[in-house]
Design a protein around this ligand. Sequence first.
Ligand code: MEV
Length: 436
Amino acid sequence: MSINGFSKLSKEEKIEWLATQHFSNPEDGIATLKKYWNSDLQLQNLHDEFIENTISNYYLPIGIAPNFLINGKTYTIPMAIEESSVVAAASKAAKFWAKRGGFTAQVIDTEKIGQVHFNFYGAFNKLELLFDTYKSRFFEDTLHITQNMQKRSGGIIDIQLLNQSHKLPNYYQLHATFNTVDSMGANFINTCLEQFAKTLVALAEQETSFTEEEKNIQIIMSILSNYVPNCLVRAKVSCPVEDLADKKISNPQEYAEKFVNAVKIAEVETYRAVTHNKGIMNGVDAVVIATGNDFRAIEAGAHAYAAKNGMYSSLSHASVENGIFTFWMDIPLALGTVGGLTSLHPMVKIALEILGKPNAKELMEIIAVAGLAQNFAALNSLTTTGIQQGHMKMHLMNILNQFEATETEKKKAIKHFETETVTHAGVVRFLENLRK
Ligand code: MEV
């Protein structure tokens, strides 16, 4: 059933409407929604105001993966994620590599991008001359927006006029690059772009050498790009092959070769690459969410980067050369540690504190490492025991909760499945026997 003016209703009224329209048991539905309200009214209000039409809160667990040695410093990494095995896998990978020199990470560049897309009906060389003559106007007209950013050593890096009319008739662009320092910078970039658009329209209107058609520039849109191939960070682990030896790795040479092979498959095979990169994003997104960053932007940018050569491929790479095993990844990460949710959401503040209040560059390094660690953990399981062993062990608790197992039943089940393969049917059978 549709409704007019829903956003104007109070929260109680919204829930009331929802309950009568959508819940088979309105009382239970309302009770569930309210159970997730926070009793701290100020905190609840904060969350209510993040979005429109808030009816309740949606919890994700936040866990921590300790012992991450990155560039010689030990980090405890907060991860907000619902998938059972991710935090455990990250912790395991962190521990494994801490004994082998740890991770290294290095920011390659931090350039952000924004574009004004517009239509121009005339000769490109005339537009180009106008742009080149008045380019400084774009910087001057945005000074009131960029001043603060400039104080922090950021701002507009460059603006280019691009002829895109070979792609679409009459289509041109202002392609601008930015340094937004410790903020993700979306609002800053979009505000600058909207001013660029105004400046461009005004310049064309006033240009006496332009025909009436040329004076009439049509702005289509002004928006940042989430494709940031030059906002890039590299994470890496490396050690002599024989040092890979571990309780579970008795033949490190064979292990390393199989591992490299698994990465090469993801480099050449898109079906595998997507899952391989999904595993990387398990680690990346969990920290991106914990630190209040925009995981959709990060996802979109990372996957576009994975397809930069025309075929979707692995973000990570591995080699064994001269007896040295190396595993690394370059990933674009446009992140912020100031602005946005970072100063608003109490859990985000805590997450940043756990990380030692990093700046944006340091956070890029930490998150790239979390992604690489996750990828290492997944490939380690896939090429040795198989993924299900670890996955299902972690999933056991979910199945037990689904069947409302008591604490005693849980303890017995955990003990039993230490030596048995966890399957959904197996757990159900175990509970049924226990309850007979
Ligand atoms: C599951 O969330 C992630 C994996 O499928 C990643 C991979 O296959 O590399 C285990």
